[in-house]
Design a protein around this ligand. Structure first.
Ligand code: SF4
Length: 181
């Protein structure tokens, strides 16, 4: 069976992705999300990811929370959302490809592809580019049409679900929306 490394950003996105591809691959899930802010939020999402992975008996790789590296990589792009997100995707997906390559895993993909709130075409393009440069195949899928059905199903587990994308800038944006409402 083909092997795949799935960059996983949270329990819910892991759940939605695995519904799509679990019968087709020998799966390992990578947790590498140094964008998540603050640390307490990071821990909540990581715990939900671990509970979900344990539940499905998926093998997991957990990489460092190097938020200093993340802030350094987006320096100067903080207020330009497209550039900031592009770099945020690149940091996480580059790590995914590197680990897949080191471990001889044939494919990589990311749970970010399940969400209508992410920059889907940008993610897709970053992944195909990384695949070309590193000789690891990218598995593309689009689970966006099932996003809300998946969310309803996932809520039955009672695991934590986040309210904003991840970084401090998306957190502020979410908070300012709440103030306006
Ligand atoms: S909004 Fe989301 S994708 Fe964009 S930089 Fe923040 S955490 Fe990364």
């Amino acid at each position: 069976m083909r092997s795949i490394l799935i960059h996983t950003c949270c329990g819910f996105c892991g759940f939605s992705t695995l519904k799509n591809i679990k019968k087709q691959f020998d799966i390992k899930c990578l947790w590498y999300n140094p964008n998540i802010h603050p640390l307490q939020e990071y821990e909540k999402r990581l715990n939900a990811f671990k509970l979900w992975a344990q539940n499905g008996k998926y093998e997991v790789i957990i990489d460092l929370y190097d938020d200093k590296h993340w802030f350094k990589m987006i320096e100067g792009k903080e207020n330009n959302e497209d550039l900031r997100c592009l770099n945020c995707y690149k940091i996480r997906l580059q790590k995914t490809v590197e680990i897949a390559k080191q471990r001889g895993i044939q494919y990589f993909t990311t749970t970010l592809l399940i969400s209508p709130y992410q920059k889907h075409e940008m993610i897709k393009s970053v992944c195909f580019d990384l695949a070309d440069k590193n000789g690891v195949d990218f598995y593309y899928f689009d689970e966006r049409p099932n996003f809300y059905n998946n969310k309803n199903e996932y809520h039955k587990f009672g695991f934590y679900s986040q309210k904003y994308c991840g970084c401090v800038y998306s957190q502020r944006e979410q908070e300012s929306k709440k103030v306006r409402e």
